[in-house]
Structures are given as C-alpha cells and as structure tokens.
Design a protein around this ligand. Structure first.
Ligand code: ATP
Length: 244
C-alpha cells in the first residue's frame, strides 16, 4: 500500500491471467474500465465520455470480485470495497457517511475503482415505504447516485458460471504453483466438475493438496486420487438451471 495525501491506497495484484475463462468479459472490462483510466487523454481528445460504472451480475463464486480487482490492477487504479448489506445494516446516517467517505477517499486516490458488493440490497429497497418517510435503502441509493453523478451510462455485464473450457483454465490457474502428479487429467477433471463455481474449483485444488499432505506429510506430488476424494465429497452450489 502507498500513501497519497493521507489516504492508504491499495492496487490489487491479481491480473487478467489469474482468471480462467471469460475472455469476452475481460475484453469488455478492459474497454469499459481499463481504457478510460489508462488513456484518459485520448478519450478527452475525441470527446468520448467513458462509462461511470459497470454492474456485474451472476451466481456467487464466479469471479465478480476478482474481475473488478483485475481491472483495477490492469489500470493501476486504487481499489475500494463497499458492501450493500453492510451499509444497510449500519445505524441511521452511518451508511451514507461511509459511502460518501469512501468516494472522497477514492477521489483523493484517483484513478480509483470502487467495488460495491451486494449493490442489489440497496437498489432493491426502492419505493418500499408507504409512510412517506424515506427508507434506509432509498437514502443509500440517492447518496450513491449523487456520488456517482448518475448511473445512466452504467454497463451491465453478466458473469456466467464456468463452462468446460473455463473450468479447465480455472483448474490450471489454481494448480499453477502446485506439484501435480502425471496421473492427473485436468481435462477429465474439468468435465467431471460441471456444476462447480470458480470458488469451488479453487477450493478443490487447495483441498486436494491438503488431502495429499494428510495422507503423507512428506508427499512430493498431489495425485489424481486426492482430487477425486475431494471432488466426491463436495456438493456444488450451482444448479443445472443456472448453467443452461
Ligand atoms: P461473491 O458473489 O460470492 O462475492 P464473486 O463472484 O465475487 O463471489 P470471487 O470472490 O471473485 O467471486 O471468487 C471467489 C474465489 O474463487 C476467488 O478467490 C477466485 O480466486 C476464485 N475464482 C472464481 N472464479 C474464478 C475464475 N474464473 N478463475 C480463477 N479463479 C476464480
């Protein structure tokens, strides 16, 4: 972390290559997020106004957070996180204050990316009150819109569960630094993990390593049986409807 005018700034280290699959989405994010930050002068020269925000939606554990971090890394932008659920649960006024404060810090540390997790919690509470008083969600949403100068130009991007090729790439990413036995067929493993999210595939690799060590603390490779043991013990979170 570096210090910019009293603000601690963190540029994430994760890169596009650390994310398996999602080639098209990475390209769209490069254009929507990385280009305007990296080539601000070029955009200004042509009078092209960049999008202010990107809404990533899709099942949990499929790399929304990681994509936002990779975009920040690629653009060498400071990264800030906010959680809709957390803001929503705070005392009256505190959520708005944190929201404003985060935007203020982000401006000081510009270029910046603010990752707003569970934004639906805030947006979904719109128009819920019948008493005429404003609800927590409405106040948070109006603060957010003020800080963002509107969201009309936001880009909506769907982050899908990993397909076969993406699962293969995710398994490759997460075994990159591991000693994997020659009996492990990653292609086959990708085929056999149809309903797994990226997060679960990451867990599978890590756990397989732990199983190998549990079996023999002086083990030198992680073998197929270790992956199989873990795979068979996991119940994936995705449903067939979500991947079709
Ligand atoms: P949530 O909605 O639960 O916050 P998310 O969609 O933001 O989830 P991440 O937090 O980005 O998901 O991913 C969780 C973990 O899974 C990360 O540690 C990441 O390394 C791994 N992961 C998920 N998808 C991929 C992928 N496509 N390639 C590599 N790793 C992945």
């Amino acid at each position: 972390p570096s210090i910019t005018r009293g603000v601690t700034v963190e540029i994430p280290k994760v890169s596009w290559d650390d994310i398996g699959g999602l080639q098209d989405l990475k390209k769209k994010l490069q254009q929507a997020v990385e280009w305007p930050l990296k080539h601000a002068a070029a955009f200004a020269r042509l009078g092209v106004s960049p999008v202010r925000g990107v809404l990533l939606h899709g099942p949990p554990g499929c790399s929304k957070t990681t994509l936002a971090k990779a975009a920040a890394h690629a653009a060498q932008a400071s990264f800030f996180s906010l959680s809709g659920a957390e803001l929503y649960s705070m005392y009256v006024g505190e959520g708005e204050a944190l929201l404003r404060n985060t935007f203020r810090r982000a401006r000081l540390a510009a270029p910046s990316i603010i990752f707003f997790d569970e934004a639906d919690v805030v947006a979904a509470k719109r128009g819920g009150s019948s008493s005429g008083s404003t609800t927590v969600g409405e106040r948070l949403l109006s603060t957010l819109l003020t800080e963002m100068d509107g969201l009309e130009q936001a880009k909506v991007l769907y982050v899908p569960p990993p397909d076969l090729e993406a699962r293969y790439e995710i398994l490759s990413v997460h075994t990159r630094g591991m000693k994997v036995g020659t009996d492990v067929d990653m292609r086959q493993l990708a085929e056999d993990t149809e309903l797994f999210t990226g997060a679960e595939l990451e867990g599978l690799c890590r756990e397989a390593g732990i199983v190998a060590l549990r079996e023999d603390i002086s083990a030198t490779v992680v073998c197929d049986r270790h992956f199989q043991t873990v795979k068979n013990s996991l119940k994936p979170a995705l449903t067939r409807e979500e991947i079709d």
